[in-house]
Write a protein that binds this ligand. Sequence first.
Ligand code: FES
Ligand code: FES
Length: 159
Amino acid sequence: MELSLKVNGKLHKLEAPDDIPLLWALRDYLNLTGTKYGCGMAQCGACTVLVDGKAVRSCTRKASQVVGKEISTIEADQPSEQTAALQQAWRELNVHQCGYCQPGQIMAASALLASNSSPNDSDIDKAMNGVICRCGTYQRIRDGIKLAASNLQGDKGNA
Ligand code: FES
Ligand code: FES
């Protein structure tokens, strides 16, 4: 079937199987390989992207279900302010280790900050639950989210 997917602000048309998961449409058809494959069963979060601002596991979401929606991946040239602040904080704190899980971590964190500008530890744990890091960077992820939140609040205060 022909699918029209709006990814990172651009409309793409692709000819793909009816049931193709969004993850494989992104990686194999659009060459957006920043979104990672981990478990394929919505259990690890490596494949998390934003769909209309919400964190979605792209391995189990059919591409046909997100036609007409705004899909954002780690490759966005013009990321949301939350994603940009998180990327900056990640660089400052060297959050990543091997890096494999980090696109999914940042997308999940971006959805959290869009709905909660000042998350506490428990909010972070709840929102990030199930986005697995085999390198165990959880504490730095938490610190990165808090730094991004505080930088965003500072930006607003200075506006
Ligand atoms: S690859 Fe999608 S949740 Fe693991
Ligand atoms: S940084 Fe290696 S899996 Fe998370």
